[in-house]
Design a protein around this ligand. Sequence first.
Ligand code: ZN
Length: 113
Amino acid sequence: MAYCGKCGNQIPDGDLFCSKCGAKIGGSAAAPASALAVANQDNRYSVILTSVPDDKKGGVIQVLRMEARCGVTEAKNMINTVPCTVKSNLSKNSADALAANLTAAGADASSTT
Ligand SMILES: [Zn+2]
């Protein structure tokens, strides 16, 4: 058995509102997604691959195939035509993560607006 946090009335389990005062029972409802927060994500980012050392090409191709979802031929073309855009129109988090993975594989990569 719960009690109304506003008036102290007993609330049968499962009821969402106090029958005496009408207060909502239980935790506060989740705040609706802020339109401002969504608008702030409208900046889109591109990942730019600027260089790939010869001895790192294999690993970078693997990252490109996994993270950028491209085929072997496309990945090879990318690393042979640096600087190039790996992927565009990403959220900042996605772009930073992809750039970090490419960097970890030995390439020079960065995210930019
Ligand atoms: Zn009440």
